[in-house]
Design a binder for this molecule. Structure first.
Ligand code: BTN
Length: 249
């Protein structure tokens, strides 16, 4: 049984994901967690920046050869469920939801995001999962609504989220069982996701945007989206957020 991996704590780094890759390459044994109080070059999905002032949570988990290479994307679902489960444990009455691929919403506003990155280092598949959670402050100049945990839950402090998240991630990682039990993770993800038939607009990697309704996740972890021309399957990509005045999440 995998023990809880060690946690490296830093005052500041460029990106906890980058720092985790560098430390693994320099000999730090994976798995390990790494957190920093602030990031100077935090990164989000699709090449975006992740604004990273002091007070919010920046956590990365570094894993080595966790499963066959073609299934690494499944870890994004493990990571998302781990965070939403942690938040629900800390604020049970609140409306935390997962939005494909890896956004965590409170109500209709983005509270957190997950960035999964993989590299081949010395012949090993090294995977780093990074969570960014707005605890004390959310950026204002985004094309979508954003919120911070302390806006609605001033009593929850960052280190409680950190310890719940590490614990939940490890227990779900064990349940996932190196991808052999993705079915259980998929079901948990769907249980915490936006309702089926919610409007969704996505941009698959390298192609045109697709507009339709959320129709679930298939057994390989691909998004299913029902469009006017039929059902489409999207393995990787990003959400395009609607104009907030349109009212949908
Ligand atoms: C997103 O675009 O929604 C994903 C954001 C992920 C941000 C986290 S913060 C910790 C880790 N280090 C990074 O540079 N990015 C991730």
């Amino acid at each position: 049984m995998l023990q809880t991996p060690p946690l490296i704590r830093l005052d500041e780094t460029s990106s906890t994901n980058e720092e985790a890759f560098l430390r693994q390459a320099a000999g730090e044994a994976a798995p390990f967690f790494l957190t920093a109080d602030m990031q100077t070059a935090g990164r989000g999905r699709a090449g975006r920046n992740w604004i990273s002032p002091k007070g919010n949570l920046y956590l990365s988990a570094c894993l080595q050869n966790p499963c066959p290479a073609g299934r690494l994307h499944q870890l994004g679902f493990v990571a998302g469920v781990a965070l939403v489960r942690s938040l629900k444990q800390l604020a049970p009455q609140s409306d935390f939801r997962l939005k494909w691929p890896n956004d965590i919403l409170e109500g209709k506003a983005k509270l957190a995001g997950v960035l999964l990155e993989a590299r081949k280092q010395e012949g090993a598949n090294v995977v780093v999962i990074g969570w960014g959670v707005n605890i004390v402050t959310a950026p204002h100049d985004l094309p979508y609504p954003a919120t911070a945990l302390n806006d609605n839950h001033p009593q929850i402090d960052r280190d409680r989220v950190l310890s719940e998240l590490m614990e939940n991630f490890m227990s779900l990682f064990r349940l996932w069982d190196h991808s052999k039990n993705f079915a259980a993770i998929r079901q948990l993800w769907l249980d915490h996701a936006l309702p089926l038939n919610s409007p969704l607009c996505v941009k698959p990697d390298g192609t045109q945007k697709i507009e339709g309704c959320f129709s679930g996740i298939d057994e390989d972890g691909a998004l299913l989206i029902d469009t006017q021309t039929g059902r489409q399957r999207v393995l990787a990509g990003d959400t395009i957020w609607p104009n907030p005045s349109a009212g949908a999440a």
